[in-house]
Design a protein around this ligand. Sequence first.
Ligand code: BV8
Ligand code: ZN
Length: 245
Amino acid sequence: MNIDQSLIEKLINARSIVFFTGAGISAESGIPTFRGKDGIWNKLKPEELANFGAFMKNPDMVWEWYNHRKKIIHESQPNQGHITIAELQNFFDVTVVTQNIDNLHRRAGSKKIFELHGNIERNYCAECKKFYNEELDFSSGVPKCFCGGLIRPDVVWFGEFLPEAQFEGGEKAAKNSDIFFIVGTSAVVYPAAGLVSTAKQSGATLVEINIGETEISSSADYSFFGKAGSVLPKILHEYKSSVKQ
Ligand code: BV8
Ligand code: ZN
């Protein structure tokens, strides 16, 4: 796969770049995506698990599912996709705007991260919003807060508003970006997917990296159809060798 020289030119003149990421960037770390062939949503319906009503109706089942995902995440490592994005901080003002709750961008060394859909490593009381980020004890069922409220994972469920500061931060970054990379997302969940058109309307160059076509392929200026863990290092390599010349 060759990287268009015109994109490398744009990178050489760029100041701030944004990486808008989805489950696809963590696939090579062994974390199942949602809609891929072995995607989570093939087996379980999001409305059955990733929403507040389901949690209040059956908190044990919902926690069983999040603890299962947390175990997979703890047994996984950031891959070359996450690592390359972190390394690009040495050359650009890089902002990560992610839909992933897996904390892998942070573990890879990325500093400026907006988590639109929360983070599985944090928890809070569904009643009084008190945070509980230590390891939770499930020996007597779903853990409760001092106030008696149920403790839930700090993730955004369907029908819930996104954390304002995170979404506004992502929106601002999209508006100020010279190059807006869209990596490993099917871009169907809103309002997150709306950031693609926000960046486009602000004049950013859109670069899609995905193993297949998506909803936004038609509006991308560049589309690289390959694995993020191999395409991103190639782009960094091409950039480095161009700035050296
Ligand atoms: C809300 C956290 C206000 C929990 C998640 C407008 C139009 C239509 C619907 C709506 C709308 N506005 C709101 C809605 C409703 C809903 C929505 O968008 N529904 C969709 C399904 C149509 N949105 C909401 O409910 C949002 N809240 O709007 O609140 C409100 C309030 C009251 C009433 C109404 C509105 C909240 C949405 C957040 C839900 N939480 N996650 C958890 O993780 O458990 S969403 C979750 O699913 C992820 O965070 C992510 O956002 C999404 C999955 O998408 P992707 O990450 O892209 O993953 P996917 O598997 O789909 O795709 C992977 C891609 O990677 C593929 O393209 C594949 O080809 C590619 N790939 C695979 N391997 C690789 C690769 N690419 C590169 N390299 C590889 N190796
Ligand atoms: Zn409480």
